[in-house]
Every structure is written in structure tokens, then in C-alpha cells.
Ligand binder design. Structure first.
Ligand code: ADP
Ligand code: MG
Length: 255
């Protein structure tokens, strides 16, 4: 089975790769936060990860892109071992979007996007600007290129953060509660951009509290509790026919 697929939505190209997480364990001191996490996302598919606060969702995403080093287990991106891939290559191949955007406040929107393109992808100035503007077009914010992030709405800042990640032409995108910090009226625009990406064939892992998004957009939903994936399956299965009592209890609290 091929582990990469080429897709070409309007004006861009994605080289989506499969992601396979197996047996990941990670402790902070004596606190075992991940206790053997397994998650497989085929190329071009979207997995949503749901679960209570403190269950290890953010830690899992940070392990996938090696912001944290797992104690055991294996992570493969397009078949390549992530734990044996150098960090710069990973920054290129894995895009990450955080709850609080993590944009540089004193740099323009354009510079926020060109910076990693120049430093990590080693693009020249003009090439980086061209790539950045193409992504700003895609997220509908080209006219904000010279603005400072602080002058944009939270929803616009998050779309810039998504554009910054996409400009690197990643093979997988990780979203950690990308809409949790947004005012309610700004959530929809960011979710619809994420849904477009999923439809365009990006491989995505989306940690979210937006159950409607998980239900409509995910190919698979994984429920994490206390450092393991307790149950996973198609959205319909997870939301209407959950097997584990912990998942049923969680859903009764959030739906
Ligand atoms: P979630 O994203 O599901 O809310 P996290 O992955 O953020 O959960 O956290 C899981 C557990 O790991 C929590 O008990 C949290 O306190 C702990 N933890 C997370 N990051 C750190 C860290 N950098 N140092 C120590 N403990 C951490
Ligand atoms: Mg978290």
C-alpha cells in the first residue's frame, strides 16, 4: 500500500504521508503521561483526538513532532522513523498549529511566514515571499501581509498560523485545540479552513473539543483517557455506539 498521495487543491500541492504511532510511552518524572499510545492515520485522512483535559493529547502531538522525546515506542511518517529524522527535516515535514497561535508579535504577518521558509527550508527572500503570499491567498489574508499579528482578530491570527505551517509543504498537519482560544464567532472560519484542508487530502491529526467538527470531518475519531487511546473508530461508531464506559461518560458530558 502506498504511504504517500499527491493532491493538488487550488494553487497548492500537498504531499500527504501516513502517520503511524505505536506504543508511545512518555513520563514527566514519575508522572507517566503516555502509557502506550497507538494511532494510525492513512495518507490524506483526518483523525480527531478527543478526551478529557490532562489525558495526554497535547503530549502526544508534541511527541509526534519531537518537541518531546518519548521513552518508548515508534513514530513513522510516510514509513520513515520520526525518532531517527533530524529536527529540521521534521519541522519541514510536520506542520503544527497551537491553541495560542505562537506568532512573533513584533514581526509582520509576511515575516512570520517567511522566517521558517528561509531558516529551515533555506529559500531565498523573493522565493519565500512568493510562497508566503500564495498561502495568505489560500487563507484569505493577503491584504494583511504587512500587518502585525496583534492588529488581527484571533481567527485571522490562527489562519496566519495555519498558512505559516502550510507554506512549509508539510506531509502531515497537527492541530492542538486550534479554536479553543477564539471568541465563539471566530471559530467557524478556522474550522471551515481546516475542513477544506481535510477535503483537499492533507493528512491531519486534530485535537479538538469541537464534536461537530469531529463528527463531520474526521475519517476516524480516537478517544484518549489517562495516557492511552481507549477507543477509536469511525465518527458514527464513536458518537452513537461507543463501547467503553469511559467514552460514554465523556460524551454524556460534552454532547
Ligand atoms: P491534554 O492535552 O489532554 O489536556 P496534556 O498532554 O497537556 O493533556 O497533559 C497530560 C499530563 O501531562 C498532565 O498531567 C500534565 O500536567 C502533564 N504535563 C504536560 N506537560 C508537562 C510538562 N512540560 N512537564 C510536566 N508535566 C507535564
Ligand atoms: Mg492539551
Amino acid at each position: 500500500m502506498p504511504t504517500t498521495v499527491e493532491t493538488r487543491p487550488a494553487g497548492t500541492e500537498y504531499k500527504a504521508a501516513s502517520l503511524e504511532v505505536s506504543g508511545i510511552e512518555l513520563a514527566f518524572g514519575t508522572n507517566k503521561v503516555l502509557r502506550g499510545v497507538d494511532l494510525t492515520v492513512p495518507a490524506g485522512r483526518t483523525a480527531c483526538v478527543i478526551g478529557p483535559s490532562g489525558s495526554g493529547k497535547s503530549t502526544l502531538l508534541r511527541a509526534v513532532n519531537r518537541l518531546l522525546e518519548p521513552d518508548a515506542g515508534d513514530i513513522r511518517l510516510g514509513g520513515d522513523s520520526v525518532l531517527r529524522t533530524n529536527p529540521d527535516e521534521l519541522r519541514r515535514r510536520i506542520g503544527m498549529v497551537f491553541q495560542h497561535f505562537n506568532l512573533f508579535p513584533h514581526k509582520s504577518v509576511l515575516d512570520n511566514i517567511t522566517l521558517p521558509l528561509r531558516k529551515i527550508s533555506k529559500l531565498g527572500k523573493d522565493e519565500a515571499a512568493e510562497a508566503a503570499l500564495a498561502q495568505l491567498d489560500l487563507v484569505g489574508l493577503r491584504e494583511k501581509a504587512s500587518a502585525r499579528p496583534g492588529n488581527l482578530s484571533g481567527g485571522q491570527q490562527q489562519r496566519v498560523a495555519i498558512a505559516r505551517a502550510l507554506a512549509m509543504k508539510p506531509e502531515v498537519m497537527l492541530f492542538d485545540e486550534a479554536t479553543s482560544a477564539l471568541d465563539p464567532e471566530l471559530v467557524k472560519g478556522v474550522l471551515s479552513l481546516m475542513a477544506d484542508l481535510a477535503a483537499a487530502g492533507m493528512t491531519m491529526v486534530v485535537v479538538t473539543h469541537e464534536m461537530g467538527f469531529a463528527r463531520q470531518v474526521a475519517d476516524q475519531v480516537a478517544f484518549m483517557d489517562q495516557g492511552v487511546v481507549v477507543e477509536q473508530g469511525a465518527p458514527e461508531q464513536v458518537f452513537t455506539a461507543a463501547e467503553s464506559p469511559r467514552l460514554r461518560q465523556f460524551l454524556s458530558q460534552v454532547l
